[in-house]
Design a protein around this ligand. Structure first.
Ligand code: ADP
Ligand code: MG
Length: 143
């Protein structure tokens, strides 16, 4: 199933993230794909709010994963942008998170495609400058 959403402000992207975070269930995995500056962090902040996490989300670029335990479910926020090879994912306990009872969201998941679970929700954020500077197309697909 594919759903396409369109937003025209950071606030709208945050609200979409919040809606998906509110609906997230234990063990669910989300992947988040999109160029730098497209709105991945804006979306993730909303998503965390939807999980009732009150903290600000920081990008885990250097730590690969950041764990938030204060929401209604554990939240595992991955950023695999700097991953060298997939063995590094073993070292941080990737499978324990992804096959655990929390909710995982993996930025730049295309870089670890080979080790993604069989089913996940793929979120792609794209700009379209013809539709305006703040326009984003957000595609949500069940894999
Ligand atoms: P990323 O994490 O993908 O690198 P950020 O979320 O940090 O990107 O930044 C997105 C930038 O784009 C922010 O400066 C935000 O204000 C701006 N922006 C403009 N329009 C939108 C929109 N519709 N959705 C999300 N962000 C938007
Ligand atoms: Mg970011």
């Amino acid at each position: 199933m594919i759903e396409i959403f369109e937003t025209n402000s950071p606030k709208e992207t945050d609200a979409l993230g919040r809606k998906l975070g509110e609906a997230a269930t234990p063990g669910q995995v989300f992947t988040l794909i999109g160029d730098l500056g497209v709105g991945k962090t804006v979306f993730t902040q909303g998503f965390a709010t939807g999980l009732h996490i009150d903290e600000a989300i920081c990008s885990p670029t250097f730590t690969i994963v950041q764990v938030y335990d204060t929401g209604r479910l554990p939240f595992y926020h991955f950023d695999v942008y700097r991953i060298g090879d997939v063995e590094e994912m073993d070292e941080i306990g990737y499978e324990d998170y992804v096959y655990g009872d929390g909710v995982s969201l993996i930025e730049w998941a295309n870089l670890i495609e080979d080790i993604l679970p069989e089913h996940y929700t793929q979120i792609t954020i794209e700009k379209d400058l013809e539709k305006g500077f703040d326009y984003r197309r957000i595609t949500v697909e069940q894999i």
